[in-house]
Design a protein around this ligand. Structure first.
Ligand code: SF4
Ligand code: SF4
Length: 450
């Protein structure tokens, strides 16, 4: 592609562009990334010198803007020298607030058949009430007439304990979206214990195409950390389910989430080989490594969490190890790098978490925190909202923080990766991908992302 530069127009590297050299099993090369356009490009070793020259200089002549330079211009790695990039980022942030997308995080039940060692939930309530189910249907029927896209995240408790409610609501939402002309998509966080091949097929029919399932290591370790409510292991059933799911010829993805802390870190590499033997090479199953955090549960003080430096190191080491063992990388890593890709739904005005009794929250973790109890959904489909409380979640990022406004990762994160973390610690919630960008881009480069 060739882009011609107009007379007198100069082009420079965008403040949101980063270029890193990488080395891996594909040899030596580089990755270019721009957090405003979301462009990711792999650079060959032959192109590296020229890319560095173009990024470090000023393109002044039409000849200079052809070939490789033209591609950099088109992807937004280079911008006009007089572009007001801070203003662009600010406008992009504002646009999120009026985006024609609605995101509902729904808890069809707050009960769970697991009792995980690090869980923060209190399981005070059971299944979603009939009033809330009807209220949601009515709310979505009206919303589908004004939004362009409705996305639903099924969450819990363990959502599959309330499969009938999910089916009923999904059917209604899909019908409303069809009538209203809105696009519909859904995902689910499940412990995987009840996700049989038949359930998966029924859920895919209802557009639930992205899943997150947590497995914490080999059978003995996993069963100690993620046991059944009444006691007893869960590993074997989850693994049998995953093996079965793999044989379903359908379009869906599973993020295989591995939570690590000092308790299970030692055996994880060996176990990733075992996991790869089961699921490796199937790009629908992607590895997502995350540190256990103190998320507000009753056992928080006793959790053997890794400190931040160790977490950052282990996370990328394990992800790279898993990749080398044959496990694809979860799409969540690249997604986090996209514009607004690291912004938590709690910070988005058009996103809401709905509890089983119709309580409305912004954050799906701090359910007992008063600041997070932002409203109520009625049976008639109306939402009574406390706008001041909502603003605590939606306006606490780059609006308040000059360092975030100047950050190269601002368009992706907007200072809003985790408003709860900022609220509770007073610190910036920089996401894993930003803190170790070189590791994240290196991982994607090795995983053959172009
Ligand atoms: S605010 Fe933080 S803890 Fe709450 S849902 Fe968002 S990322 Fe999770
Ligand atoms: S929270 Fe961190 S990564 Fe996010 S915008 Fe602020 S400084 Fe950048």
């Amino acid at each position: 592609m060739t882009v011609r530069v107009g007379e007198g127009q100069h082009w420079v590297a965008s403040r949101y562009t980063r270029f890193i050299s990488v080395e891996g099993d594909r040899g030596v090369g580089g990755m270019l990334y721009n957090s405003y356009t979301g462009a990711l490009a792999s650079v060959s070793s032959e192109e590296q010198g020229e890319v560095a020259r173009l990024l470090n200089g000023v393109i002044e002549t039409p000849e200079d803007a052809e070939g490789l330079a033209g591609e950099l211009l088109a992807a937004g790695f280079l911008v006009p020298a007089d572009a007001d990039e801070l203003r662009r980022a600010s406008k992009f942030h504002e646009a999120l607030k009026t985006a024609g997308t609605m995101h509902l995080v729904l808890m069809p039940t707050e009960a769970c058949n697991f009792r995980c060692a690090y869980c923060y939930q209190t399981f005070k309530r059971g299944a979603m009430t009939r009033d809330v189910i009807e209220g949601l249907k009515t709310y979505v029927r009206k919303a589908a007439e004004r939004v362009g896209h409705l996305s639903v995240s099924w969450f819990g408790g363990e959502p599959l304990l309330a499969f009938d409610a999910i089916a009923e609501l999904s059917d209604s939402f899909m019908d409303s979206c069809r009538r209203g002309g809105a696009r519909y998509s859904a995902d689910m966080s499940t412990n995987g214990y009840g996700l049989t091949k038949e359930k998966l097929a029924a859920l895919i029919e209802r557009q639930v195409r992205r899943y997150m399932i947590t497995v914490d290591g080999e059978a003995g370790v996993h069963d100690r950390r993620r046991k059944l409510r009444g006691g007893g292991g869960t590993y074997r059933t989850i693994m049998d389910n995953l093996r079965e799911l793999r044989s379903l010829d359908a379009e869906y993805t599973v993020d295989l989430r591995v939570n690590f802390d000092e308790d299970n870190i030692a055996g994880l590499k060996t176990w990733l080989n075992e996991l790869s033997a089961l699921l490796g090479g199937d790009r629908r199953f992607g590895l997502l490594v995350r540190p256990v955090g103190r998320w507000g549960g009753p056992r928080d003080a006793q959790l053997p969490v890794c400190d931040r430096t160790a977490s950052d190191r282990y996370l990328w080491e394990l992800a790279e190890y898993g990749r080398q063992a044959g496990l694809p990388i979860s799409g969540a890593v690249a997604d986090a790098l996209m514009p607004a890709g690291s912004v938590c739904y709690a910070a988005k005005p058009n996103a809401m978490v709905v509890g089983t009794d119709g309580s409305l929250y912004k954050c799906s973790v701090a359910l007992d925190d008063e600041a997070n109890q932002v409203g109520k959904l009625g049976r008639d489909g109306t939402m009574r909202l406390d706008r001041d409380k909502i603003a605590l979640w939606t306006d606490s990022g780059e609006e308040q923080d000059a360092v975030c406004r100047a950050c190269f990762y601002r368009p992706a994160c907007q200072g809003n990766h985790c408003p709860l973390y900022r609220m509770r610690t007073g610190k910036r919630p920089c996401p894993h991908e930003k803190r170790k960008l070189k590791r994240a881009l290196g991982l994607l480069w090795n995983d053959h992302v172009e």
